[in-house]
Design a protein around this ligand. Structure first.
Ligand SMILES: [Ca+2]
Ligand SMILES: [Ca+2]
Length: 360
């Protein structure tokens, strides 16, 4: 009975918003995200696939993974079965890899599982099951994170890529074992250990005004010996890689799950929207010494993945605040990616073209 009720309650969300998790209290934002019901994820996905040209090679070369999900009601356990991977990239000199998979059910990172290592294969069959105890009604707030590694005996294991399944109910209600295939996304380090930030983007083309509302963060990395951080959010407006402006939220003391609901506004004429991006940094305030970066994410036409999709969604629905959760990444990693893009500018010593050429 209870099971039935909770299933019903979850159903509308999984059907309409696919991979988006708005949280339960997102409505407390001053800009009412009423537009959300109007988003058609299937259209928007198609669009983002079409505009995906620069990064396609990387994504293709990381292979696919097949796993299944099933919920065991009696034991209140999610059973994740890692079945196989296909067409993995070769990470070793011999032209092969030694793959294994790490499994998390986010946001919990303490419980972690790992498959056995399969020697010298790009098409491993794992067929191993892992049990995550979790109440059924909590599943909507959990994400499955799979990271695929190449085992190396004498050096650090190479990360092949990762899969994050935002919506566990995407394929079924999990009462029966459901097989899922996913493209493995290119990644060089596990990107989820720093926490997440939820913000909305809204653009008014007539006024040339972009409003980023920092809503909240969750599961931030602890930076202080207290086991907490003092987070604030810094948003930089970048134009062709140069920082033009910087704005901040207030500081929330001693928390890893701060709520802000603070709007940050930038004036950007429509003709410049292709050139700009926003670098969002979650910082830890320290009374003594330097404030440290907890993690960053980027949105813009030149950003990757959700960073670009969120931006395009904002442009496709002007005047509507659109909110998404973003995983924070290490500053080094995103800086490197950004540098990779900016490299073509550096060699010429200036910012010549509004649109960077596609990365090779
Ligand atoms: Ca290896
Ligand atoms: Ca601090």
């Amino acid at each position: 009975m209870h099971r039935h009720i909770s299933f019903k309650r979850h159903l509308p969300r999984q059907m309409h918003v696919s991979s988006v998790d708005y949280g339960t209290d997102a409505v407390e934002v001053t800009e009412q995200p009423t537009s959300i019901g109007r988003i058609k994820p299937e259209l928007y996905k198609q669009k983002s696939v079409d505009s995906e040209d620069t990064k396609k090679e990387d994504e293709k070369s990381c292979g696919k993974i097949n796993f299944s999900l099933k919920y065991d009601y009696e034991n209140e356990t999610l059973i994740v079965r890692i079945l196989k991977a296909f067409d993995l990239p070769a990470k070793d000199f011999c032209g092969s890899s030694d793959p294994y998979v790490k499994i998390y059910l986010l946001p919990d990172r303490k419980r972690k599982f790992q498959t056995r290592v399969h020697r010298k294969t790009l098409n491993p069959t794992f067929d191993e099951s892992f049990h995550f105890p979790v109440p059924y009604e909590d599943l909507t707030d959990r994400k499955l994170h799979l990271s695929v590694f190449d085992f190396d005996r004498f050096s650090r294991h190479d990360m092949i890529g990762e899969v994050i399944l935002d919506n566990l109910f995407e394929a079924s209600d999990l009462s029966r074992e459901t097989s899922i295939w996913r493209d493995i996304q290119y990644a060089t380090s596990e990107s989820v250990d720093l926490g997440e930030i939820m913000f909305s983007l809204c653009y008014l083309p007539t006024a040339g005004r972009l409003t980023l509302t920092v809503i909240k963060c969750r599961n931030l990395k602890a930076m202080d010996i207290t086991g907490y951080s003092d987070p604030y959010v810094k948003v930089s407006l970048l134009c062709d890689g140069r920082r033009l402006k910087k704005k901040k939220t207030t500081i929330k003391k001693n928390t890893l799950n701060p709520t802000y609901n603070e709007a940050i506004i930038f004036d950007i004429p429509p003709e410049n929207m292709d050139q700009v991006s926003l670098l969002i940094s979650v910082m830890d305030y320290d009374r003594v010494g330097h404030n440290e970066i907890i993690g960053v994410c980027r949105v813009g036409n030149n950003a990757e993945g959700l960073g670009r999709d969120h931006w395009n969604e904002m442009l496709a629905y002007p005047r509507k605040p659109i909110a998404h959760w973003h995983s924070l990444t290490e500053v080094k990693r995103s800086f490197k990616e950004w540098q990779g893009r900016a490299a073509s500018f550096d060699s010429q010593g200036s910012c010549p073209s509004p649109k960077p050429p596609p990365t090779p």
